[in-house]
Design a binder for this molecule. Structure first.
Ligand code: PMP
Length: 354
């Protein structure tokens, strides 16, 4: 039986993408060759890379606006470092909304002055800071649009004249935004895009080339742009599967289409969390993530019963991050409304039984 997969990442992907990717590992489009045994310089793979890069820009509404899309390696964690390597000359602003922001801050600190513009650490990262001023003259402002661990999400983004950089690892392609307000977006593939191994970077070219330091080739966005994301052998399987997911997303009506589904899923789960006295939401209501819902049991003694119930219902991946505890239901693009319904039914069954 296929499980209802609420895992935080790597996570659920569309079934049709999994089937097609599996088939292509054996035989790519009837070519008599496997996707993973052809040259990355072959016509077939160059077309795949091009399609993936173009689709990423198209879906974000950034085509023809001075942006380039790259599929790199090293995960979002390497971008913590690459962003600073390529953009930080003197000082950069960071908004600290949790573990991933802190890791980004740590890496950037090696390259220049890091100014913490705002933080939600005082309340265990259960909210998104608001009403802060962003100083002029920063090289860039960095934020984490969706905080996978704590379940908070920026609904409005700070107005600033400095380049805006966003780690969108856990909510890329999930909601309509004016993506042109960002100058650089990065995201590990393994949530809304594909398998781990590729990282999407979307960068406005005009912000590059401003730092004076020498950047090693492999860490230089300009080098990767010049080589059309083929500076070295790319992670072909991750790029191909990401391309398939982006094509699937297009068939769902693009970001606007999937966002409608995502809102419905989030509304269903959060209304159960709010109405059921056995559960408490972790994040402040106005900052709740549509992707990762974090919650706890109001009666910890029910933990074993609840855990046994959701496992018996075929649910996978509901445990909270080890640093927060409780539960986390990740509702990425490919998760169906039906799966959320199964979880909500288990939660209301628990209330009836308790
Ligand atoms: N940023 C965010 C918001 C994340 O959720 C994660 C991983 N869960 C990372 C960064 C780190 O990504 P990676 O493992 O691809 O380096």
């Amino acid at each position: 039986m296929k499980k209802h997969n609420f895992s935080a990442g790597p996570c659920i992907l569309p079934e049709e993408v999994l089937q097609k990717a599996a088939q292509s590992v054996v035989d790519l489009d009837g070519s008599g060759l496997s996707l993973i045994e052809i040259s990355h310089r072959s016509e077939a793979f160059v077309a795949i890379m091009e399609k993936a890069r173009t689709l990423a820009l198209e879906l974000l509404g950034l085509e023809g606006k001075g942006y380039k899309a790259l599929f790199l390696q090293g995960g979002a964690s390497l971008e913590f470092l690459m962003v600073a390597y390529n953009l930080l000359e003197s000082s950069a602003g960071y908004i600290n909304t949790g573990t991933w922001s802190q890791k980004a801050i740590k890496e950037a600190s090696a390259f220049g002055k890091v100014v913490e513009i705002a933080s939600s650490e005082d309340e265990g990262f259960n909210y998104i800071p608001k009403g802060f001023a962003v100083p002029e003259g920063l090289d860039y402002l960095h934020l984490t649009s969706n905080n996978t661990i704590f379940g908070t999400q920026f609904k409005k983004f700070p107005a600033t004249s400095v380049p805006l950089v966003a780690d969108m690892s856990s909510d890329i392609f999930s909601r309509p935004l004016d993506y042109s307000m960002f100058d650089l977006i990065y995201a590990g593939a393994q949530k809304n895009m594909g398998p781990a191994g590729a990282t999407l970077v979307v960068v406005k070219e005009e912000i590059l080339g401003r730092v004076t330091r020498k950047i090693p080739s492999m860490l230089d966005y300009t080098v990767h742009i010049g080589k059309e994301s083929m500076f070295n052998t790319p992670p072909v399987f991750a790029v191909y599967t990401s391309m398939l997911t982006l094509e699937w997303l297009q068939r769902q009506g693009g970001i606007a289409g999937i966002a409608e589904q995502n809102e419905k899923k989030a509304r269903l789960l959060y209304s159960e969390i709010d109405l059921n006295p056995l559960f408490d939401g972790y994040a402040k209501k106005e900052d709740r993530s549509d992707m990762n819902a974090t919650f706890t049991l109001t009666e910890p003694a029910l933990k074993d019963t609840f855990d046994a119930m959701w496992k018996a219902a075929g649910i996978n991946g509901l445990n909270g991050h080890r640093s927060v505890g409780g539960y986390r239901a990740s509702m990425y693009n490919a998760l169906s409304m039906e799966s959320v319904g199964v979880l909500v039914d288990v939660m209301s069954d628990l209330e009836r039984k308790a």
